[in-house]
Ligand binder design. Structure first.
Ligand SMILES: Nc1ncnc2c1ncn2[C@@H]1O[C@H](COP(=O)(O)OP(=O)(O)OP(=O)(O)O)[C@@H](O)[C@H]1O
Ligand SMILES: [Mg+2]
Length: 153
């Protein structure tokens, strides 16, 4: 599915729609160049989940956890990591929700994952003219409830 995102707000709205409809243990793999809008989409996700605090980029902290919304949000950014370091993070802890409360896992720079979960949604953001972006969304072994997505875009 390809979605056109003419401005920042459109990307945020896509995140809101996903935050309103996704279930616990959903994993969103965010791909795309620097500044493509990955963090912007996760900020919408936070809003859709009802998280009342600002979502900030975890580029330096690696992972930010938010427990204040409908479901926990685990926001990761792999930009600064080597594959060995990514493996050492034991990310399955988050997407299996075994040692942590199951929630939504959003991973920026998911291109750097040496392995993937069993079920995931890929959102690949690319640049268009000026402020426009394109989101290519693909699901693997899972579904996005369509109605909320359609209603908000
Ligand atoms: N259509 C759009 N969608 C998202 N962001 C947009 C759009 N148009 C302009 N922007 C701007 O581009 C920037 C995107 O920044 P953002 O931090 O979300 O990107 P990112 O993909 O997370 O970058 P990084 O790779 O550094 O983590 C913001 O300043 C945002 O306002
Ligand atoms: Mg970012």
């Amino acid at each position: 599915m390809n979605i056109s995102l003419p401005d920042t707000q459109a990307t945020r709205k896509l995140g809101i729609a996903l935050g309103q409809c996704l279930d616990a243990r959903s994993v969103i793999l965010l791909q795309g160049d620097l500044g493509a809008g990955k963090t912007t989409l996760v900020q919408g996700l936070g809003e859709g989940l009802g998280i009342p605090v600002p979502i900030v980029s975890p580029t330096f902290t690696l992972i930010n956890e938010y427990a204040e919304g409908r479901l926990p949000l685990y926001h990761l950014d792999l930009y600064r990591l080597e594959p060995k370091e990514v493996i050492a993070l034991n990310l399955e802890t988050y997407w299996e929700g075994i040692e942590v409360t199951p929630g939504i896992v959003a991973i920026e720079w998911a291109e750097r994952l040496p392995y993937k979960p069993d079920r995931y949604i890929i959102v690949h953001l690319t640049y268009g003219n000026e402020d426009s972006r394109q989101a290519a969304i693909a699901t693997h072994n899972c579904m996005i409830p369509q109605e909320p997505l359609g209603a908000n875009l």
